[in-house]
Design a binder for this molecule. Sequence first.
Ligand code: SF4
Ligand code: SF4
Length: 446
Amino acid sequence: MNADFPRSRDEIIARIFEAGVVGAGGAGFPTHVKAQAKADVVIANGCECEPLLQSDRYVLESMAKTVVDGLLVMMLSTGATKGRIAIRDGFPEMLETLEKSVTGARGVDVVTVADNYPAGDEHILVYETTGRVIPQGGIPPDVGVVVSNVNTLLDVRQAMDGVPVTSRFVSICGDLPRPCLAEVPVGTSVSDILALSGNAAGIEEKGVLLSGVMMGQYCDDLSTPIDKRVGSVVVVPGDSELLARKSLSIEAMIRRAASVCCQCRLCTDLCPRHLMGHAIEPHKVMRAISWGRSFIPDLSGALFCSGCGLCGVYVCPMLLSPDRISYMVRAEMGQRGVTAEGQPEARVTPVRAGRLVPHERILERTGLKPFERDLEFTGALKPESVRIPLSQHTGEPARPVVKEGDAVAEGQLIGDAEADGISAKVHASISGVVTEVDGWVRIERR
Ligand code: SF4
Ligand code: SF4
């Protein structure tokens, strides 16, 4: 690792905080908080198990040394003596590149995990790579592990040089003329991103999903800006089952569940968290929600739903979305302050090994197989304007420190946060003039 890097844990945490680094894998948890955990292992999560996406793979293949440096920084901060880069089986060239890159990095190795979905889920990844079982409702530090996405580790490395997070690598893929990869400033609109891949002809007849087809959300407004947590824009055919499930309103989905959920319990039998021994049983959540949330104990298992999407996108034969409903119930419980305290220890079920779902089967079932291809990196996108959300992380939104009419330079602080809370700083992703401040900061390039 570069000799100029800080050796003091406090200095590392301070630099990560100043740079506004948050989990790039989707949750957006502030990384300076994660860096304060005590652990003996740090896992670099390069599993990228969502179909079609290749941003993590691009980062690992083209910037492996930088990721290894980021991993070493997190090891220093958490006190870990072991670093482990985890990727899925089936990428021999990437494995070779990584094995070369970890040469000389003390305590760091590379491991492959079976190509099942969701290989990148923290509970599953920790179990598969260390054999440790995180408690129900728990987090990796509960068993001495910290997990960071490889893009996050790239940001951690840059933070050591005082470089804030202003862009991210995005997979632009699916039913598009020219699917590709690009480096995109935070706050760029989905329509500007889609223009990179052949102007997205006929996009109004198709559907757009942000952050993956399994866990991602349907996007019905192409002016939506991407933020630090969004690593993909996926376009799916307008007549796909996948889109029909994702785009139906949650109220309509609940009404549909009340009439057609046959309680076959397939969603529960294949739920990856249920197979890890967690109390989640989505078929019971569906039953309770169909009856006006009347069976509270049945709903409570939703607290352990990871939102992986498997039960909805892949499993349910009635085209229902137990995933979206379970995740909604989980959010409602979170708002009411319900916690996982007092839950029994998770015990991995003996049938788990026979119920794992290979990545390939998901591609087939979702109809995405024809859209699978290697994505070429097209460079950095330079939009004329950006709309940067002040809340793009877990915790409190950042506090705006600029006002309309201010000139800002790329990398300048525009949203501040308190170091001792759960929040993250936000920086200008392009140079220009602030034209609006309202839960976000709009900057026009000048
Ligand atoms: S798989 Fe679908 S139909 Fe079967 S119990 Fe689950 S939600 Fe109901
Ligand atoms: S989304 Fe479905 S399969 Fe995934 S953890 Fe939640 S209930 Fe289980």
